[in-house]
Design a protein around this ligand. Structure first.
Ligand SMILES: Nc1ncnc2c1ncn2[C@@H]1O[C@H](COP(=O)(O)OP(=O)(O)OP(=O)(O)O)[C@@H](O)[C@H]1O
Length: 598
């Protein structure tokens, strides 16, 4: 990327959209606008005039003020020092900004994403020697970025040649040279611990990888009912206050991903504050270290215009792809893609483009698809597997899932966790509706579950969903004609469904024991509910009145045992299943005895 800078001037200002006169400017180029040097990006060109979307408020900028092209597209800095950081939508480190300019970001503030002074202990790759040919993905060495994450310093995707020098082990700053290579034209290039990458250009990889590994989130309704694979695309649509943020935070906190990237995109300030305050306190359940050691946050701050949300998703995605290149499994959470789409709407409106559905531009669907397309499990250049799982929250106005962002998202993703207002109102959390949610990964995930947990997993899941569907039908009858109209078998079906709802699907994020549930415990709870239901039904079929079964104290225990036993105490859940068996057996014997006595 050339660092040559072009100068011009501002012609016209229309909110965040600024027209500049700047000969030689290129489409997509990053620019600085006005005396303040506001950050922007060229979105269209007409001769020497360029239309720029600015990521900072243009209040006070006047025609005639200078405009400057930086010579490179909107890019992020990729290198050690990303983890644990909180960036704004254009990768400015928020904590450092707070130190420099207080709580408010001074407009035009140009702070690099990565700390220039910090020294990192670089360990060169012992298998490399000058004279070797190196290319995209070659590991030049490693840096221990945090206690748990080793940062592999890779040759960037657009570099290839002969290694002429590799720095010895020692402390280096991100701008220090750690290797030299000679390219095919004989030019000597030096490589540092970091490089820049344009955010709108997906990072390349060798090929897609079809390996199967579920993203275990510890949330039963997700893992056991609507599973997500690593590298998959998911959406969490939900009406106001139904629990989107909690679902995303639970995934960030408990999932078995190596790296978590949380992009708070246009959500209300207090929700972001909650994330920013709570994350640094959390512990990673897999390593016992601080969760922030494997996490980075991108947050649109309240003084950034709507348009800035657009960039933040690409900034997050590029960093996610970068860690994927190192062979890590990354989860990126975007909260929310609706607010992101509002930025597209605002820009297209200001450009006078023809609105299509509800004011959104015609390219809404293709932009959404292009964002989600960057997720995936891949074979990296250095032959390992890595993945980016992308999960976007969607906040449809009025909870209407037929609106454009939700409906287009639904066509793109593989996993749809639809939150329901009715369930949230009834305090059934997570309020993921088992009727409207779906996962395209069930059969693939079954392979893993059958091998690692229990070969009855897929069958049990289907039985549970069938019972829940039956419950919905029967509840309609009860609403119409009252419970008296139901037979004992039907009442037991309602009882079985309620065992699944309370004992399996409901899971409080605030319950210390139940907030995370291992796959083994998930299956044990599901099996407990269903085997209780099955055995009860055999008793009902020989004529035992349903009330005899409903009164059993063990049933109440089956509803509560998710919070009584931890993931390490699965054996206790199996003990309870045996206790219920014995109780049913004694009812059967007693009933048989009564009938012989009669
Ligand atoms: N799994 C859960 N366990 C316990 N409580 C929950 C759970 N999910 C949601 N809640 C409750 O619901 C409240 C609202 O959840 P949340 O903030 O995630 O909703 P939201 O859909 O993100 O809201 P908004 O539309 O405002 O963005 C939480 O503060 C919490 O009290």
């Amino acid at each position: 990327m050339s660092e040559q800078q072009n100068k011009g001037f501002v012609r016209e200002i229309n909110g965040p959209i600024v027209t500049i006169d700047l000969p030689g400017i290129r489409s997509g180029e990053q620019v600085r606008i006005g005396e303040l040097g506001l950050v922007g990006e060229v979105i269209s060109l007409a001769g020497r005039e360029a239309v720029v979307q600015t990521y900072e408020s243009t209040d006070g900028v006047r025609p005639g003020e200078p405009a400057e092209g930086l010579g490179w597209p909107l890019s992020v800095e990729l290198g050690p020092g990303l983890l644990g950081e909180i960036f704004d939508g254009i990768q400015r480190p928020l904590e450092k900004i707070a130190l420099e300019s207080g709580d408010y970001i001074r407009r035009g503030l140009a702070l690099p994403g990565l700390d220039r002074e910090k020294r990192w202990e670089f360990e060169p790759n012992p298998e490399l020697a000058p004279g070797q040919s190196i290319g995209p993905g070659t590991v030049l060495g490693t840096v221990q970025e945090t206690e748990t994450i080793q940062h592999r310093i890779l040759v960037p995707p657009d570099h290839q040649g002969e290694l002429t020098e590799l720095a010895p082990g020692g402390e280096y700053r991100v701008e220090d040279s750690i290797a030299h290579l000679r390219d095919a034209h004989g030019h000597s290039l030096h490589l540092t611990l970091f490089h820049r990458w344009p955010v709108r250009k997906p990072r390349p990889y060798r090929q897609r990888d079809d390996g199967i590994s579920p993203l275990i989130t510890g949330q039963r309704v997700i893992d056991s009912f609507f599973p997500q694979l690593k590298g998959g695309k998911g959406a969490v649509p939900g009406p106001f206050g139904a629990g989107k943020t909690v679902v995303q935070q639970q995934i960030a906190r408990w999932s078995n991903a190596d790296i978590v990237i949380y992009v708070g995109c246009g959500e209300r300030g207090n929700e972001l504050v909650d994330v920013l305050e709570s994350f640094p306190q959390l512990e990673d359940p897999y390593t016992g270290r601080k969760l922030m050691e494997k996490t980075l946050l991108v947050a649109n701050t309240s003084n950034m215009p709507v348009v800035a949300r657009e960039a933040s998703v690409y900034v997050g995605l590029t960093m996610a792809e970068y860690y994927r290149d190192m062979g890590y499994d990354v989860v990126m959470l975007a909260d929310s893609t609706s607010r992101w789409a509002e930025a597209l709407r605002e820009v297209s409106g200001r450009l006078g483009q023809m609105p299509v559905e509800e004011g959104y531009p015609a390219y809404l669907a293709s932009r959404l698809a292009a964002v989600y397309e960057r997720a995936g499990r891949v074979e990296t250049y250095n032959a390992g597997a890595g993945s980016v799982t992308l999960i976007g929250a969607v906040s449809p106005p009025g909870g209407d899932f037929s609106e454009p962002v939700t409906s287009h998202t639904k066509d793109i993703i593989e996993t749809f966790w639809a939150l329901s207002k009715e369930l949230a109102d009834a305090r059934h959390y997570p309020s993921i509706d088992w009727v409207t949610s779906f996962s395209g990964h069930v059969h693939a995930a079954a392979e893993w579950w059958h091998k690692e947990v229990d070969r009855h997993w897929e069958g049990r899941r289907t039985e549970a969903l069938a019972l829940l569907a039956r419950d919905a039908e029967l509840s309609r009858i009860v609403n119409l004609v009252g419970p008296e109209a139901l037979s004992d078998a039907q009442r037991w079906q309602l009882e079985g469904a309620s065992l699944i709802k309370e004992g399996v699907l409901q899971q409080s994020a605030l319950d210390e024991v139940d907030t995370f549930c291992s796959p083994q415990k998930q299956f044990a709870l599901l099996d407990l509910a269903l085997s209780t239901y099955d055995k009860g039904m055999t008793l009902i079929e020989i004529g035992v009145p349903v009330s005899h079964l409903q009164d059993l104290p063990q049933l109440a225990k089956a509803r509560r045992c998710k919070s009584m036993y931890t993931s390490e105490q699965v054996a206790r859940i199996n003990d309870l299943a045996r206790e219920i068996d014995e109780a049913f057996e004694s009812i059967r014997l007693e009933y048989a005895k009564q009938h012989t006595d009669d």
